[in-house]
Design a binder for this molecule. Sequence first.
Ligand SMILES: Cc1cc2nc3c(=O)[nH]c(=O)nc-3n(C[C@H](O)[C@H](O)[C@H](O)COP(=O)(O)OP(=O)(O)OC[C@H]3O[C@@H](n4cnc5c(N)ncnc54)[C@H](O)[C@@H]3O)c2cc1C
Length: 431
Amino acid sequence: MTVATLREQSYWSATAPAPQITERTWPQRVDVAIVGGGYTGLAAARELARRGAHVAVLEAYTFGWGASSRNGGMALTGLKESMSATIRRFGTETARALFRTSLEAVAYVERLVHEEEIDCEFARCGHLELAWKPSHFEALQREAELLERVFGHHVHVIPRSALHTETATDYYHGALLDEASGGLHPAKYASGLATAADRAGAWLFERCRVNAIERTNGAFALQTTRGTLCANAVLIATNGYTSSLTPEIQRRVIPIGSYIIATDPLPAELAQAISPKRRMMYDTKHFLFYYRLSSDNRMIFGGRAAFFPEGPDTVRKSAAILHKSMSQVYPQLAHARVEYAWGGTLAFTFDLIPHAGQTRDGLYYALGCGGHGVALLSYLGACMGCHIAGEKVDNPFFTLPFPTAPLGLYDGRPWFLPLVGAYYRLRDWLA
Ligand SMILES: Cc1cc2nc3c(=O)[nH]c(=O)nc-3n(C[C@H](O)[C@H](O)[C@H](O)COP(=O)(O)OP(=O)(O)OC[C@H]3O[C@@H](n4cnc5c(N)ncnc54)[C@H](O)[C@@H]3O)c2cc1C
């Protein structure tokens, strides 16, 4: 792999405009303070401000700095787990409600982008889930039948013999195609969402880290790097960057690092062969690959190249691993130069679905989507904004218990990740 000029930076951030934010003086008091300025916090702020609330979003770095400017840009239907696994875990009725919400989430992003005229390349391009093993293809066939029968949702099964109509690789054994999913430019979306929240009247503060939250006389005092802020309600929207600021939430989310490379723009013919319909693609491995083309025909190829949140040289090492992986799937890309490489942190939960609700201390939260947060967390953030504003919100993610590890074995420091990582690598290897 040629790495001489590798930029250790998100390609998305490098190609997105900064949001247009009104300069505000520091407020002493607001109705609602939101900690975290990604999709969740910004979508919530927009809904709250539109309902007349005085709301401030406090972001430690810049808006979208977290996973919201680093992800694959896939606005996916469904959840991290298959719907058959979701039925086993939660029962059919709850699984139906969760799946329906995932469809509403994609529709919400589409509507939001349209209403706010956010130029973020949103398209309902569909996603392909690619079978890594013949047995995985059989499972995808059963899943397609279940989606039709139980969820009334139509998807297509693509056998291996027809896969080249979708993508020029012999690496996979067929695929499931869901045309309801979308794709977008994640950092342009984050920037547009921040501008929209600002326009709705939310007060946005960058480079403002919240260091402590204290409960005082039924309200909250937030100690921040800009000063103290009093708020009647607080929403925690810190997802994979959740810290000891909120220990009760931290014990329920597991931060996982994920890494992406972007090649130089590919020749048009090669890009056309690799993804003629410009689908969002990911495979069925535990240590999955996920990828898509950018609008300028770069291959954006991601995976859990290293299992931890990044260290000083993790991005460079991950770039080499991902380039090798990309070349296995697409030998025609073996000589493609990698221009950008970056990592980000997402949040898993112990039951693999996102959660939104209120802690015993009265803090609201919405987080924990794994790799399905682009649409779902935008929507859960928006629903949480409506809920805090006093509207009745009927959302199944709000009512499910939010588990932590049994026997108090987890305090927010994921000591078990090497073991879990080894276990899933073994399962991939055995499959
Ligand atoms: C590499 C990668 C690829 C992904 N690909 C996809 C994909 O293709 N499709 C998909 O649906 N999902 C994907 N995801 C997941 C998705 O990006 C996230 O679920 C989503 O962006 C989370 O949004 P958020 O607003 O909740 O959190 P974030 O965008 O992570 O924002 C949290 C923010 O909180 C701030 N913060 C934390 N603590 C404090 C504090 N004390 N004070 C102030 N601010 C604080 C952080 O600075 C951060 O900006 C991916 C994630 C990663 C990392």
